[in-house]
Design a binder for this molecule. Sequence first.
Ligand code: COA
Length: 391
Amino acid sequence: MRTFESIGIASLGLKIPSFFLDLKDFAQLRGTDPNKYTIGLSCHEMALCLDQHTVVDLALGAARRALMRWKGGLDQIGFLAIGTESALDMSAPLTKWVARELKISGALRSYEVKHACLGGTLALRQAYEWRCSPASKGKAALVIAVDDTLYEASSPGEPTQGAGAVAMIVDKPLIAEIDPCSHSWSYPADDFWRPIGEPYPHVNGPLSLECYNQGALACFQDCCDYTKQTLGGFLETIKGMSFHTPFPKMVQKALGALCDKSEISKGSADKAKNLFLEKVAPYLTWNQKIGNSMTASLWFSVAQNLCGRQIGEQISAFSYGSGCGAELQLLTAGPEARAAAWAEDLQDDFSQRTQLSGQDYDHFRRLNEVLKDGTSKTGLSKDEQKLRQAS
Ligand code: COA
């Protein structure tokens, strides 16, 4: 650990919805070989928001858990940012609903960040840079990454749905120190987008995989240039790697591209496979049970990656957002990583959630289509309608 004042993640809170669908049941519903999803994409389950459960509930659930474990009070939060692509309004930030429920107001910077799945990471970087600056006046930041991902029924993206929220308090590096330098990359691309007023995203899957790999290669190379190591040396010394995870096979392919570039896999494809099994796969098992939670997916993997770490162990966090942009950060485990208090959030949520049958899911999709029609008539998003019904 460094001796000068370092800033990082002081507390973590996780929340997933109370329903899920097994991908084998989904495959049966859609008349597909289940191996396509469980082996081809390496996905097992998808978490689903039903009934009155909204992104606000998920964000609040994660934030309350992070705040409960933090020793500071609400009056010490001076910054609240949410990264999401499940916005409720084109003008008002999602933080409006969350701040109202948490009763945080006053001397506070509160806003929403949008850049597809990169939004949570950008919110975290902004919080970090704010916390390091005199503007924070020593207060802490609360950052939430949250999404509820639904693709059009029967579209290729449908097996890669999911939902969840990760909240992080940025202050003293009790769980992990955030490296001051991060490595970013961006160029305009039409790989994934959701036009205003449309309920589901459009995705050019193969292009999104290509952009993701390019982003990974560029960010890891920039990091190695900065830290003066070879890419092969970096991959061999880093303790664990987390990636944005639309579906785990995408991550494995990106690691394969990194190994090819570093020549780590030269002469033996097993080397790349073993590296994946040792340093990446163990931190994807939560994602395999949650599905693609967009902005939150990287941070679920990071939360799992930090569990039980010794002080000083370094991990990497690679974020990607369509459109497109990427950012690689290094995190160093702090004194509270070993106890991993946040792991109980998901132990509780996984054990209490309800499994849907393929028929239940099909019924839910049909209801959603009705809501979608309502959306075009009322101009309200699905989540906004749920909120109005609930209030
Ligand atoms: N058993 C085992 N594997 C199988 C299989 C079976 N019966 N059937 C297919 N597969 C494999 C395929 O070989 C392929 O693996 P490969 O890419 O390693 O060759 C994988 O399963 C997917 O099959 P594919 O035919 O490519 O699926 P698809 O055309 O239905 O679409 C995606 C796959 C990933 C493109 C689609 O799910 C998608 O668009 N997802 C969203 C992507 C995304 O989130 N992008 C933006 C975020 S950054």
